[in-house]
Write a protein that binds this ligand. Structure first.
Ligand code: HEM
Ligand code: HEM
Length: 172
């Protein structure tokens, strides 16, 4: 096959827009978890969209299993391996970000208060295990951003080296 299927292409772009929105929103606009008490409302959208992005990754991995075999790219075998690993690590780090985010929120009852609207005193604060989990979540999202940057750089460098636009494989 020279093109991914239409449904897989649609999923790639919905997912890319969603993840960009989550990453930019959380890095630039969303505050850190408050030490104690405080307003948890800014975390509501992030938690809902974060869970959605994680579930979409699982759906996407299921869809990937039924994709027809793609024609190999015109690159040497080392570069082919690097591309395959970039793709695997993208999936992996979206899942690690989703799971670590869920664990962070769960350890301090952020979701109960911010999403389910329960009693704000249930929030147990940003210290202890929550701080460690938040650090893991932050580190996994930084790695995810680096992988996305490498992914985009790879698409551009393929164009420069071969003169071909690889984007056609991931378009309708
Ligand atoms: C959050 C942003 C993005 C994520 C998480 C992402 C993720 C992925 C993944 C996991 C694949 C592998 C598909 C497979 O399993 O075979 C892929 C393929 C692809 N992506 Fe992205 N992508 C993102 C943004 C972009 C952008 C901005 C571009 C264009 C500059 C792009 C262009 C492509 C192309 C052309 C392919 C197909 C590569 C091939 O034919 O082997 N992606 N993307
Ligand atoms: C793939 C999905 C996700 C991405 C890309 C993502 C991204 C981010 C980013 C970039 C930050 C800011 C990190 C920092 O400033 O150090 C953040 C913080 C946070 N995220 Fe996520 N997130 C995702 C999923 C989730 C999920 C599913 C939850 C909860 C169910 C969640 C809960 C949180 C919380 C509570 C914080 C604040 C942590 C702190 O104060 O340091 N995230 N997320």
């Amino acid at each position: 096959m020279t093109h991914y299927t239409k449904s897989f292409v649609a999923m790639h772009w919905v997912h890319a827009v969603l993840l960009t929105f989550i990453l930019l929103g959380a890095s630039l606009v969303m505050p850190d978890l408050p030490e104690q008490g405080g307003d948890l409302a800014p975390f509501k959208i992030h938690i809902i969209l974060g869970i959605l992005a994680t579930v979409l990754t699982l759906v996407r991995l299921l869809m990937l299993r039924s994709q027809p075999e793609m024609e190999p790219l015109k690159v040497n075998s080392l570069r082919q391996k690097a591309i395959a690993w970039n793709h695997r690590l993208l999936y992996l780090f979206i899942l690690i970000a989703g799971i670590s985010g869920f664990a962070t929120a769960n350890s301090a009852n952020v979701g109960e208060v911010a999403v389910l609207g329960k009693d704000p005193t249930l929030y147990t604060g940003a210290g202890g295990a929550t701080e460690l989990l938040a650090d893991i979540h932050g580190a996994s999202t930084t790695i995810l951003m680096l992988l996305i940057a490498m992914h985009i750089a790879g698409v551009l460098s393929y164009r420069i080296k071969t003169g071909e636009c690889i984007l056609k494989r991931m378009w309708f």
